[in-house]
Write a protein that binds this ligand. Structure first.
Ligand code: ZN
Ligand code: ZN
Length: 391
């Protein structure tokens, strides 16, 4: 059997070319038609059957091994962001205001490479590999609708793996951890409703601006006083709006923000705490509040067995000192929907050269060589999982 690193080298020029093409023509969530077509055409050209148009633009490839066995799913996301690219790479975005500023061009190209490598190894594989290319990770999430459209059935998926290129980690390194890994990124809208009036007669009004200031401070105290110091919780108010004149007290103030938690219990409790706190402060002056919560992705919780496999397989490709224990991260990731229903692990692949690289920045850039790391590790994970016949 040809080795995985040798096959990764073989498909690297094609993988890099695919990355450049996707990077040059970025597409937003659920509009990834050209990206999806490129993925589907490439897989088909190498004999991998695909299902297209899953959850609008998603693609699912299926590699059947030479012998029956388990089915493992590898996942990538395809969407870009509304960022005006400021790098000077030769494959810079040609679409004004759109950019692959999170690395999803690399996730897609890396998974295509991995697919082609595994397709070449298929005769020696015991079981199947599904290649999942999903839309819209940065928006409302394509993973959930793809699951609802049956991608985990026929054949039934037994385990799932995915990775994110990561700017805080050195190039050539992989980080993974068992258990809670990434946060649920729920959104909140808090309205503080008072009674507007003349700025010079504040005692005749119920000022929602001052109340909002008190509530904002109390929300931070809540994080440190109602929540255990050992339990991660972030409440960030990111937009506050009330009033439009310098001498008129407004009727209401709107506060928009996000609640980040790493476990389902805190995810449920935090909005209750917020509501009680805000209502009590507002109520003390006769004001009212309305709190709306928009639940986004669940927390991403890696299975212990799947995380251990990532660690072992990545060490085979990179050497054991390049595989480290990850810190939990308060970012959100809709791979969480897969991890909710099947044993799964999500991991980070480093891309930083000298200093950390900021995701979602107009200067976000990384070397093509990283594709070899992500593709190689994904292939090794799939091969090791199928060879062992599960965990
Ligand atoms: Zn992102
Ligand atoms: Zn991302």
């Amino acid at each position: 059997m040809t080795s995985i690193p040798a096959l990764v080298e073989k498909y690297y020029p094609l993988g890099a070319a695919i990355r450049h093409k996707i990077h040059r023509y970025p597409e937003l969530g659920f509009e990834e038609t050209e990206t999806a077509r490129l993925v589907a055409e490439t897989l088909t050209a190498y004999g991998i059957p695909v299902r297209t148009g899953v959850a609008k633009t998603g693609v699912l490839g299926l590699i059947r091994g030479g012998q029956p066995g388990k089915t493992v799913l590898l996942r990538a996301d395809m969407d870009a962001l509304e960022v005006e690219e400021q790098t000077d790479v030769p494959y810079k975005s040609e679409r004004p205001g759109l950019m692959h500023a999170c690395g999803h061009d690399g996730h897609t190209a890396g998974l295509v490479m991995a697919g082609l490598v595994l397709q070449e190894l298929r005769e020696s594989l015991r079981g199947n590999i599904k290649l999942m290319f999903q839309p819209g990770e940065e928006t409302t999430g394509g993973a959930k609708p793809m699951i609802e459209e049956g991608i985990l059935e026929n054949p039934q998926v037994d385990a799932a793996f995915g990775c994110h290129l990561w700017g805080e980690i050195k190039a050539g390194e992989v980080q993974v951890k068992a258990g809670p890994f990434m946060a649920s990124p729920d959104e909140f809208k808090l309205r503080v409703i008072g009674k507007g009036g003349h700025a010079a007669l504040p005692h005749r009004a119920v000022d929602p601006v001052i109340l909002s200031a008190q509530i904002l401070c109390a929300l931070q105290a809540l994080v440190s006083r109602r929540n255990s110091p050992l339990n991660p919780l972030v409440i960030s108010a990111c937009s506050i709006h009330g009033g439009s004149a310098f001498n008129v007290l407004p009727d209401a103030v709107d506060i928009l923000g996000t609640i980040r938690t790493l476990n389902p219990e805190t995810r449920q409790l935090a909005p209750q705490w917020m509501e009680e706190t805000a209502r009590a402060i507002a109520g003390s002056w006769g004001a009212e509040i309305q709190l709306e919560i928009k639940k986004l992705y669940p927390p991403l919780i890696n299975s212990a067995e799947a995380a251990a496999l990532v660690q072992k397989s990545a060490a085979k490709i990179l050497g054991p000192d390049r595989v480290r224990q990850a810190e939990p991260n308060m970012g959100g990731e809709d791979f969480a929907y897969l991890a909710e229903v099947i044993p799964s692990a999500f991991f980070f692949v480093g891309l930083a050269k000298d200093s950390p690289v900021a995701h979602h920045s107009s200067r976000f850039a990384w070397d093509d060589e990283i594709l070899k790391t992500s593709a190689g590790v994904l292939c090794q994970i799939a091969v090791d999982y199928l060879r062992a016949g599960g965990f």
